[in-house]
Design a protein around this ligand. Structure first.
Ligand code: 6SG
Length: 208
């Protein structure tokens, strides 16, 4: 049984939730309220003073991408060999770069820079479209023949951008179909439709 400890937001826990759901793993959510967090005792026990954390009996790890990689190693979501693993890491690092830009926009520059961010977005998305097109003509996963943790992370960042800029994939047919295809996987579909998911804001400041 895994326990995912985080705040009542999608945020950095969301790709982990999608992975856990899609893989049908036994897991529970432990929600930390702002009051509990601000009290400070929990923060002191976190390696970098932040959440999410993943707990498996007496084993606890922090850092969302570390958690994704751990689960990927445990549940065969890290490619078929070391080269695929490297490609999966590469994609996930690219996703992380885009996510960092997005987080900066949401929490620091939203009002002044949203318009410019959306204008620049195709420059980032085209790299992913191009990369996807080279794997099975863009009809499958981002790397290899089976789903990997990078797909969960990538799907999440794309879903967030579709909220920020609903037409952002209109010139990227492969990415658009990719989001539709992954979102239609039965476990992901029911997760995205469930009340618990819908009630969580994407970001704690409610910008999106
Ligand atoms: C922020 O950024 O929700 N963790 C955040 N913030 C709390 O005291 N590199 C790692 C990773 O990938 C980044 C972790 C991430 O895992 S998530 C964290 O732990 C801190 O730094 C965004 C989020 N924040 C909500 C939050 C809860 C308590 C303080 C911030 C609710 C909002 C404001 C007060 C209560 Fe609040």
């Amino acid at each position: 049984m895994y326990t995912l400890q985080y705040f009542h937001v999608r945020g950095r826990a969301q790709p982990i939730r999608i992975l856990l759901e899609d893989q049908d793993l036994n897991w529970e959510e432990k929600v930390v309220s702002p009051e509990t967090w601000h009290q400070g005792d929990l923060k002191k026990t976190c390696v970098f003073g932040q959440l999410p954390a993943l707990i498996k009996s007496d084993f606890i790890i922090f850092q969302s991408n570390t958690i994704l990689r751990y689960l990927a190693r445990e549940h065969d979501l890290y490619g078929k060999d070391k080269q695929e693993a490297a490609l999966i890491d590469m994609v996930n690092d690219g996703v992380e770069d885009l996510r960092s830009k997005y987080v900066k926009l949401i929490y620091q520059t939203y009002d002044e820079e949203k318009e410019q961010y959306i204008k620049n977005l195709p420059n980032d998305l085209q790299h992913f479209e191009c990369h996807l097109s080279k794997n099975n003509a863009g009809k499958g996963f981002i790397v290899g023949d089976k789903i990997s943790f990078a797909d969960y992370s990538f799907l999440d960042v794309l879903l967030n951008h579709l909220v920020l800029a609903p037409s952002c994939l209109q010139d990227f047919p492969l990415l658009k179909a990719y989001v539709e295809r992954l979102s239609a996987r039965p476990k992901i579909k029911s997760f995205l439709e469930c009340d618990a998911h819908k009630s969580r804001p994407i970001n704690w400041n409610h910008k999106q």
